[in-house]
Design a binder for this molecule. Structure first.
Ligand SMILES: [Fe+2]
Ligand SMILES: [Fe+2]
Length: 330
């Protein structure tokens, strides 16, 4: 009598954790530090992480235009106006590259825009602070774009191809942004006592929020390890923050401004700067929508979206007309 063959579907226990061929290929690409492209299979969690990160990044570029656009009409000279306009336009371009990168992951631009104007999507907490003086243009360029550079240079090597490639172009423009901010402050610091005071006041207001741009401390950043394992993130939040402070200290000396941290000092043993306590309560408050300018920023974004409706309609009508013309020729 024949024995019943083993149930064909009952795989041995180890086999059930075996990865699929696609997943194996994904893991191989990551291990080889190669790029994942839109056509490649990827784990859902990887896709979700990227959509969240890239869309938040895009939103930050777009909302980040506001504190500086606030000063375009009041720039102190034609030269400053031209530079500031170019800078704000660059930020619009950064938003567009990044929304396009996020779209390759299957989320539409409309979905991302709707989430932003509905107040459901995040953007960097830094852009919820006001820019009351001209010196803020200097402090934003020097500190905010400076922090952005520290964050973004390693992202040029992010494992997801469209994101990494967008970052390469963005970083080239960010270094110009940082320099123009530095130069605004330098000019003010070489000016009258009132100008020097205005520059110092702006640095006092932007320094701590710039340190918060790197995100919570490593021991309070639960998703970082996974992002590092996927080669999206290359350095931890605290490492990047440390690198930024190391960059700011000598530049502050050249400018003649004081960084508003009485505990900041070089530690000979660690070869790094020890710094004072960051106010994380403030960070979480701003992130939760309760910062000084959150409501104003979102309101302005909503208005701009509504005011731009006719441009979108015209573009759709034009595309339709072109399509009809193309079929007529064919
Ligand atoms: Fe930017
Ligand atoms: Fe920038």
């Amino acid at each position: 009598m024949m024995t019943t063959p083993a149930e064909p579907y009952a795989l041995p226990a180890e086999a059930s954790v075996e990865v699929s061929a696609e997943e194996h290929q994904f893991n191989e690409l990551i291990a080889a530090d190669s790029r994942i492209e839109p056509r490649d299979w990827m784990p859902e969690a990887y896709r979700k992480t990227l959509v969240r990160q890239i869309s938040q990044h895009a939103n930050s570029e777009i909302i980040g235009m506001q504190p500086e656009a606030n000063w375009i009409t009041r720039a102190p000279s034609l030269k400053r106006k031209a530079i500031l306009m170019a800078k704000v336009q660059d930020e619009a371009g950064h938003g567009l590259y990044l929304y396009s990168a996020a779209q390759t992951l299957g989320t539409s631009r409309d979905e991302m825009t709707d989430a932003l104007i509905a107040g459901k999507a995040r953007y960097s907490s830094i852009f919820n602070y006001p820019s009351p003086t001209w010196a803020d243009m200097g402090a934003i360029g020097w500190l905010v774009d400076g922090a952005a550079i520290c964050n973004q240079v390693p992202l040029c090597r992010a494992s997801y191809g469209p994101y990494g490639r967008a970052m390469v172009r963005i970083c080239k423009e960010e270094s110009f942004h940082q320099r123009q901010g530095f130069e605004i402050l330098l000019e003010l610091m070489n000016g009258t006592p009132a100008q020097r005071e205005m520059a110092q006041d702006a640095v006092n207001r932007w320094y701590w929020p710039a340190l918060q741009m790197f995100g919570p401390p490593d021991n309070d950043s639960p998703n970082s390890a996974q992002s590092m394992a996927w080669n999206i993130k290359r350095f931890s939040n605290d490492e990047l923050r440390q690198r930024f402070v190391g960059m700011c200290v000598p530049q502050a000396e050249v400018l003649g401004v004081t960084l508003p941290d009485p505990d900041l000092r070089y530690n000979e043993e660690t070869k790094q700067y020890d710094m004072g306590e960051i106010d994380w309560t403030e960070f979480h408050e701003v992130l939760a929508g309760r910062g000084p300018a959150n409501a104003r920023r979102l309101q302005r974004r909503r208005e701009a979206h509504e005011e731009g409706a006719w441009v979108r309609e015209a573009a759709v009508a034009y595309a339709r007309k072109q399509a009809v013309a193309a079929t007529a020729v064919a």
